[in-house]
Ligand binder design. Structure first.
Ligand code: XMP
Ligand code: MG
Length: 192
């Protein structure tokens, strides 16, 4: 059987540089979990994870939350297989349950133009939650087209296409434990 390192190396070769190390992400996610636990004490928040990019972030965040809470998921399409926002948002999977009178926290991997999040906020707000907030791992604000308020932010990052810790390029790289900048060669090559 090949070693894990050898298994991972084809992915690592596509990474230009590491932007956020695993330990740094872990530390920040812990802080966010503690802050949310404090601010939502007795409110039984509902975490709405946005598939698929937020899955790793959400699973670590949940373990850092120490209060009663529940989880649901939505899947939406935004970028397709490319690296540019299309502005077209479509619901691929809706929530399993109504959110009326619930304290909802949207958990997203990254906010770039803001188009996806604006759509999500408007859509979920129309379902009359008791409150609606946003927890995002990465804020890439240089290309913001719509103003969106982010309640909890892991890291602000420069305008580069990043992968890892749930974030993909053409569905790959989600399993990297850190956030890295994809090399231009890998972008040009397209899917692996
Ligand atoms: P918008 O532009 O609508 O984008 O704010 C949000 C969605 O776009 C994806 N996105 C990225 N995905 N690396 C990725 O893997 C990136 O650098 C990146 N920038 C935006 C992401 O799916 C997010 O939900
Ligand atoms: Mg994506």
């Amino acid at each position: 059987m090949r070693s894990l390192e050898a298994e991972a190396s084809p992915l690592l070769g596509d990474i230009e540089s590491v932007l956020l190390e695993e330990a740094r992400i872990r530390q920040r996610v812990q802080e966010l979990g503690h802050q949310i636990s404090h601010e939502y004490k007795d409110l039984d928040p509902l975490f709405v994870g946005i598939l698929k990019g937020a899955v790793l972030f959400l699973s670590d965040l949940l373990r850092a939350v120490s209060i009663p809470s529940t989880v649901d998921f939505m899947a939406i399409s935004s970028y397709g297989a490319g690296t540019k926002s299309s502005g077209v948002v479509r619901i691929l999977k809706d929530l399993d349950h109504p959110i009326a009178d619930r304290h909802v926290i949207i958990v997203e991997d990254i906010v770039d133009t803001g188009l996806t999040l604006r759509y999500l906020l408007d859509n979920l707000q129309s379902r009359k939650p008791a409150s609606l907030r946003v927890c995002v791992l990465l804020d890439k604000s240089e290309q913001r087209q719509l103003p969106v308020h982010l309640d909890y932010v892991g890291f602000s990052i420069p305008n580069r296409f990043v992968v890892g810790y749930g974030l993909d390029y053409a569905e790959h790289y989600r399993n990297l434990p850190f956030i890295g900048i994809l090399s231009p060669e890998a972008v040009q090559r397209g899917s692996r």
